[in-house]
Design a protein around this ligand. Structure first.
Ligand code: DOR
Ligand code: ZN
Ligand code: ZN
Length: 351
């Protein structure tokens, strides 16, 4: 067994469920899960209840981050036709904008072309626009990035045709970036047979060809690994239909380090995907004196060890090659041997 020292990881795609979904997760439990996974900075999604589509809702959310968070948190604002006039003020308080073009969990969704155009015209030009990528959304996003000459980031790319479209767009110099979620790399449609609702998320798990294409593009086209940490309770997952989504904050790094052991990716590339690139793409601040100590060896992911409020992961029972031993954030030991040591509210708000 040996130890590795890594920078604090950044996860640009998490659902922390505040406001309105606090029975699934809150800033205390979600950021504790982040630290347990070696993640010291997260970006939170706006598909809450109410959704984060105005500066007033964002102000309330910021107060709760300031009270509860144990790692640094930036928030996405959400695009909606009803609140489209709020984008410039929301833009002063959000780290980035999220546009949903497809149905998923929650009501946030943009169908109207004028709303999309407004997003690209009025969202602050120095802040990223991210799109939920499913079906035709990547093609729509590349077109908008081209017309309005501004960067677009695509969330949770899961399909061969999507990653190939993004590779072609990048080859032409278009300003697009993308992330892949660990569940789309380490699970596939066959796991859905085994896990049912506990492996149901949007986008759904891919075919072996999709999974192979994502791995093949990890070395170049893919910019970030981001979890799409989307907690729902076990009881909710047993409903018909179940809400889509699985958690990921506590398993992302150890799965990627298992891939390093198995010679599927280099450690340097993992650091690019989980630290360097997310920071550059979303213009996130440096966290001084921040590092993660990982122990390598043979470990098993267990539901019982999780900090997320929902207490389950589709990776329960999976053998991995590493575990997070210690996290130091701004010089303070905030996580060690399974215990969160940070004071509530010690995480900073990123704007
Ligand atoms: O599976 C998903 N769950 N995909 C999404 O886009 C939303 C997320 C959620 O918020 O539960
Ligand atoms: Zn999404
Ligand atoms: Zn998501």
């Amino acid at each position: 067994m040996s130890e590795l020292l890594l920078p604090g990881l950044i996860d640009v795609h998490t659902h922390l469920r505040v406001p309105g979904g606090e029975h699934k997760e809150d800033f205390a439990t979600g950021t504790a899960a982040a630290l347990a996974g070696g993640v010291t900075m997260v970006l939170g999604m706006p598909n809450t209840s109410p959704p984060i589509t105005t500066a007033a809702v964002m102000d309330d959310v910021h107060q709760l981050i300031a009270r509860d968070a144990v790692c640094d948190v930036g928030m996405f604002g959400g695009a909606s036709t009803a609140d489209i006039a709020h984008l410039p003020t929301l833009g002063t308080k959000a780290k980035a904008l999220k546009i949903y073009l497809n149905d998923t969990f929650g009501k946030l969704r943009v169908d109207e072309v004028p709303t999309l155009v407004q997003c690209f015209k009025t969202w602050p030009r120095d802040k990223m626009i991210a799109m939920h990528a499913e079906k035709q959304s990547v093609a729509v996003g590349i077109a908008l990035a081209t017309v309005y000459e501004r960067p677009v980031h695509f969330c949770h790319i899961s399909r061969k045709e999507e990653i190939e479209l993004i590779a072609d767009a990048k080859m032409r110099g278009l300003p697009v970036t993308c992330e892949v979620a660990p569940h789309h790399l380490f699970l596939g449609a066959a796991d859905y047979e085994r896990l049912g609702a506990f492996a149901d998320m949007r986008p759904i798990l891919g075919t072996p060809d999709d999974v192979a294409a994502l791995w093949a593009h990890l070395g170049d086209t893919v910019d970030c690994i981001a979890t799409d940490h989307a907690p729902h309770t076990i009881a909710e997952k047993q409903n018909d239909p179940p809400p889509p989504g699985v958690v990921g904050l506590e398993t992302s790094l150890v799965l990627m380090l298992t891939a390093v052991r198995d010679n599927k990716i280099s450690l340097e590339r993992v650091i690019d995907l989980m630290h360097t690139n997310p920071r550059r793409i979303f213009d996130l601040p440096v966290q001084p004196d921040t590092q993660v100590t990982v122990e390598t060896g043979n470990f098993t992911i267990r539901n019982a060890d999780l900090k997320t409020k929902v207490g389950w992961t589709p990776f329960d029972g999976r053998e991995v090659a590493a575990r997070v031993r210690r996290v130091v954030l701004r010089g303070a030991t905030v996580f060690e041997d399974g215990a969160v040591l940070a004071a509530a509210g010690s995480g900073q708000i990123i704007i």
